[in-house]
Design a protein around this ligand. Structure first.
Ligand code: COA
Length: 178
């Protein structure tokens, strides 16, 4: 059985990540989306929440499962009996970092191959950091992330204008917001 790991911080999982995952799921019998627990990125969402959001997004994909991992990626891949690691390449700027990581992983575990997948070019400028920044400032992120992720971001960053607009008549929310 061809099994691959699709690892990332996924803070949060975006439509660009989903595009890569859909391509990987066509190439492999089984894909394990693997959320890195210890990350130097100080994630907004806990690992459990990131796993739950990805599960809510990919729930109906029969050959995809979602989990988290700690420690070295290649050791996790080896323990899972996966033969490959999938990584997305959005633009040339991703290449150097990804190339170094792939070669280091190959040095650590020669049995596990890294395979690069290019998402649709419409996702070339999407990143988790930008999505969080837009959400924090009250912008519309629904085009960039799956619905469960958009809802979670909206819960974290409740924009004052939007919160008051949801509540009753205009006369009410004027009063509430003062
Ligand atoms: N669509 C949209 N955005 C994408 C993307 C895509 N297809 N592919 C990558 N990105 C973006 C992400 O949004 C993220 O943006 P951000 O930096 O603004 O948050 C960035 O590219 C990369 O994040 P992500 O895809 O979540 O992966 P990562 O680079 O954080 O993952 C690990 C890195 C977890 C795979 C790596 O750190 C690791 O293997 N850790 C385990 C420890 C280990 O083995 N270390 C030795 C490695 S040699």
């Amino acid at each position: 059985m061809r099994h691959c790991i699709y690892p990332g911080t996924f803070d949060p999982f975006t439509n660009g990540h989903l595009d890569v995952l859909l391509r990987a799921a066509k190439l492999f019998d089984r894909v394990t989306v693997s959320v890195a627990i210890s990350s130097t990125k100080e994630p907004l969402f806990s690992a459990e929440k990131r796993v739950a959001l990805i599960r809510a997004t990919v729930g109906k994909m029969p050959n995809v499962d979602v989990t988290s991992f700690d420690g070295l990626l290649v050791e996790f891949a080896h323990a899972q009996r996966a033969s490959a690691i999938i990584r997305g390449l959005r633009a040339l700027s991703d290449f150097e970092f990804e190339f170094n990581m792939a070669l280091m992983n190959r040095h650590l575990e020669p049995q596990v191959e890294t395979i690069f997948v290019m998402p649709n070019e419409s996702y070339s400028y999407t990143s988790s950091t930008l999505v969080k920044q837009i959400a924090r400032l009250g912008g519309d992120i629904t085009k960039f992330v799956p619905a469960p992720v958009a809802e979670a971001l909206q819960e974290v960053f409740v924009h004052p204008n939007k919160r008051t607009r949801r509540v009753g008549k205009k006369s009410d929310w004027h009063r509430r917001s003062t």
